[in-house]
Design a protein around this ligand. Sequence first.
Ligand code: FPP
Length: 248
Amino acid sequence: MDVANSNPSDSLHVAIIMDGNGRWAKSRFLPRLAGHRQGVKTLKRIVKASPDLGITHLTVYAFSTENWGRPFEEVQGLMNLIREFIKSELAEMHQEGVCFRAIGDKSAFSEDIQELLLHAEETTQNNARFHFQVALNYGGRQDILQATRVLAEKAAKGEITPDQIDQGMFASQLTTQGLPDPDILIRTSGEQRLSNYLLWELSYAEFFFIDEHWPAFTPKTLARILEEYKSRDRRFGEIQEETVEAQA
Ligand code: FPP
């Protein structure tokens, strides 16, 4: 079997769709941006708590390829939060052994944001205690398409043959290359959809849909999810060993 981005048993990768910032703010008669600001506070708490909960990789959806369609003020506000986040958190992340990586197409961001992201990635690249990925201008379909184009070009140039393309080679062209597949997907705010997030990578993840809005999400809720995850039976398309033995 050709397995892409397999999950080493010593890793635990949690992917999160941080949904509900707007609704959280609206229910408090606050502007949407206040919800995003509170969302950043939640994110900082979750990043801090994750290693102690046994999480080795955390990947959060902060800005999708579709989010550019939001009102100008909201997009600008989110850009400012991204800037502030990197500036205020980089030193502590580095000190705490966090390896930071931005996934997605960064070329659409202003030059100063691209520089900040690159600087954060370069500074923390050798850290290995915890891997923190932020999806920025990310779209699962777009990422699959760009990987397909790269491999098609290689095939057209004769560098590879089509039958050499397996899951591993495909995954190595995705923006998530080198990361284990997420074990767990969490979406807050009660919505039950993927919204173009990690379409390839989430193939065998366990899904958890939480009613709380992201700004109200706590490390305690995360710990509860991890407990429930332990009781789930992950078979990766196979059947349980006892069933095989019983049928023999
Ligand atoms: C979804 O809530 C949330 C987003 C589109 C942005 C998430 C961003 C942050 C938490 C802050 C920025 C991140 C970093 C790394 C600095 P929504 O606005 O769609 O909420 P709604 O569905 O209630 O309207």
